[in-house]
Design a protein around this ligand. Sequence first.
Ligand code: GLU
Length: 356
Amino acid sequence: MRKNKIILLLFFIVFGSIQLAFSQNKKLPNVKILATGGTIAGSASSATSSSYSAGQVGIQTMINAVQGIKELANVSGEQVSNVGSQDMSIEIWLNLANRINELLASDDVDGIVVTHGTDTQEETAYFLSLVVKSDKPVVTTGSMRSSTSISAEGPLNLYNAVAIAASKEAIGKGVLVTLNDEIHSPRDVSKMNTTNVGSFSAPIKGIMGGVFYGRLGFFREPTTKFGNTSEFSTKGLTTLPRVDIIYAYADMASDLIDIHVKAGAKGIVIAGVGNGNMTEDTLKAIKKSYEERGVIVVRSRRVATGWVLRDNEFKDDDYHTIASHDLNPAKSRILLMLALSKGKKLSEIQELFYTY
Ligand code: GLU
């Protein structure tokens, strides 16, 4: 009788181990999906409704909706936030970056996918690319159509993102952005259309690679520093210095500079007209705010694409301004916030815009 019990116990131990081995396929990479919200987790009252609420669906429901995802990797999910990405915050960025660094330091995680709204996805991806310290793949994705929409593209985008995060090809390429069968570098990609499924593109440098039902390839490497070679880190940070963006226009009022400085801005990015231009009076106000308060101003562009060149229509040194190179205003703000968080001086900041 006792012998039978021991045999039964042994049977359960062996059977249990086989079960465990099957439920977590050791040969597959382990990919963690960190969900932050957005349209990919949005739902509407009907499949053809153009209005919906972002950030409604939980991570496990999203994973369950993607057929075949478990054949690509051992996937598991964590809900970091559930917001429309217009409500993405520095606090969530810091938590997300710290969690990613913690997960990637473990041998049990081979890659990360971040699901995110499309409105500010390029900002989050660019921020993460500067502060994630690992060669393992980190891939952000989202969707333009909500999860309940007719022809929702979120499940395929998530499938492709997991395929990239699980791949050897993506190792060492930094944070990547994938939507609509394309793979992008965060520095280069922008949301270019308010509603179209093919909204993301990289107008200056082009796409980095492609992904088609999980089959992927890269055409080029990132052209600026990121990840392990980046000097930026979130270690010890609880917030970032305030940097505001001001949109330039004909007859722009120069007192906007004083208003933002008085509100506490330590840096300002101008979404300048043309090649980062603004009224003469605004330039004089910028010069004054640097000389009197040490506020650093970056000239970016309100134009959708193109470089902002140093010393173009005037000498930047005359007004203490920085040219954003090819960075758009939102990403210029991120780089300036990180630079100020490290106490970088005006004389050091221009070089950062060429390097990162
Ligand atoms: N405002 C939403 C967001 O960014 C909608 C955009 C989207 O995810 O497609 O979260």
